[in-house]
Ligand binder design. Structure first.
Ligand SMILES: Cc1cc2nc3c(=O)[nH]c(=O)nc-3n(C[C@H](O)[C@H](O)[C@H](O)COP(=O)(O)OP(=O)(O)OC[C@H]3O[C@@H](n4cnc5c(N)ncnc54)[C@H](O)[C@@H]3O)c2cc1C
Length: 368
């Protein structure tokens, strides 16, 4: 990891992440610093403002930021999914129009898939796009949109055009309204919002990717990147849990010496070390496959996300237990890590959806 990024995490994220979590917001200066360091979408090619960072570098970057603050890492995830989608599925005009500002962070992107009215999984039936001459009229509601309060551009999935279609929706389009969501269990400083679309008129060039076929194209590739990013962020959470647990148990005294010297405590610590190494290796393997554009990357990302998120939740649970009452305090990072880790099992494909898909793949491989 480049020294400036590690320094940024240690000096500018770690000491403030608990306060931001309580305030449920990130200061604008920190978002500016993310831009100065070129962290918003570094995988973009130089002609669009990036530095063509391979996925192997991106996983390390998101791990490092995740160690410091899951809210910042969450913003990087969804913003990256939007930039990635425009880069991979956009026309030359769409790339030229949106990517330079997405690359430097002067325009932030949010990813709008989940609607309150729709069913489980990627059901977007609660948001519809109806043709009107050359335009589209977008109506619906997207709930739980990370970065939704800050974003200037929403990537919205809607029912229309003969199936699911993706739209690039500027925040200032008439009919778009943004309601902040507060008090959510984890990633509280990620500026969550509910976004409503009331007959939002969009030109034909707001469509991203193939009409009616966003499910197997724009959505799949964006979620694939999102899963790898969340999995990497989970590795960072595990590292933070391990660091905090070792530091605390070495100084917390029992009648017979430091807590760290008790065998039951060491078992928890060694399980964290093992979870950390396993999750990190799975992320690096998935990143390697993604860099090689190997189709096996989709399943590798799912396995990495499934393992890293469940391991982060389990390690955060252990870290909390090892800290005792201190871990329950809102002043202690472990309480935040515990809440953030729990959310990771729900977002970017819940644990159950990963289990169902991974098992289905195993079934296909055995019966092939
Ligand atoms: C902090 C946070 C940030 C988020 N950010 C975004 C964002 O930026 N963009 C966005 O689009 N969405 C976002 N979401 C929404 C998130 O992606 C969804 O919450 C997630 O996909 C789960 O969908 P759901 O909440 O509708 O749960 P449901 O789909 O209603 O599922 C409820 C439970 O049932 C389980 N389940 C579902 N189907 C099955 C099945 N067939 N078998 C067994 N169990 C099943 C699920 O695993 C889950 O545990 C965010 C959510 C949170 C909490």
């Amino acid at each position: 990891m480049p020294a400036p990024v590690r320094e940024f995490v240690d000096r500018e994220l770690v000491p403030h992440a608990d306060a931001w979590d309580r305030e449920e917001r990130l200061p604008p200066e920190i978002l500016g610093r993310v831009g100065e360091l070129g962290l918003w979408a570094p995988f973009l090619p130089p002609e669009h403002g990036g530095r063509a960072l391979p996925m192997s570098g991106l996983t390390r970057l998101h791990e490092e930021v995740g160690r410091g603050c899951s809210s910042v890492r969450s913003l990087l995830t969804v913003h990256g999914m939007v930039a990635w989608s425009v880069h991979h599925w956009g026309t030359d005009e769409q790339r030229a129009r949106w990517l330079p500002r997405l690359a430097d962070g002067s325009l932030l992107g949010s990813f709008g898939l989940t609607g309150e009215e729709s069913g489980t999984g990627a059901d977007v039936s609660g948001t519809t796009a109806t043709p009107d001459g050359d335009d589209w009229l977008l109506t619906g509601r997207k709930k739980w949109i990370t970065g939704g309060q800050l974003a200037g551009l929403y990537l919205v999935f809607a029912q229309g055009g003969g199936g699911m279609t993706a739209f690039l929706v500027p925040r200032d389009a008439p009919g778009v309204s943004v309601t902040p969501l507060t008090g959510v269990l984890g990633t509280r400083a990620s500026h969550l919002a509910e976004i409503r679309f009331e007959q939002v008129r969009l030109p034909a060039d707001a469509v991203l990717g193939p009409l009616g076929w966003a499910a197997g194209t724009v959505m799949t590739s964006a979620l694939d990147l999102g899963r790898l990013s969340v999995a990497s962020g989970c590795v960072g959470i595990i590292q933070a849990c391990l660091d905090a647990s070792v530091a605390h148990t070495r100084t917390r005294m029992t009648a017979d010496g430091p807590l760290f010297d008790r065998q039951l405590v060491r078992r928890r610590i060694s399980d964290m070390v093992t979870a950390l190494r396993t999750a990190r290796l799975l992320c690096r393997d998935a990143a390697r496959l993604k860099d090689a554009e190997d189709p096996a990357m989709i399943m590798a990302n799912m396995v990495a996300k499934y393992h890293a998120s469940t391991a982060a939740a389990s390690c955060a649970d252990s870290a909390l237990q090892l800290h005792g009452a201190a871990g329950c305090s809102p002043q202690h990072p472990v309480a935040r890590l515990y809440r953030d880790a729990r959310v990771m099992e729900i977002i970017e494909g819940s644990t159950e959806l990963q289990q169902i898909t991974i098992a289905e793949q195993a079934h296909q491989e055995v019966t092939r």
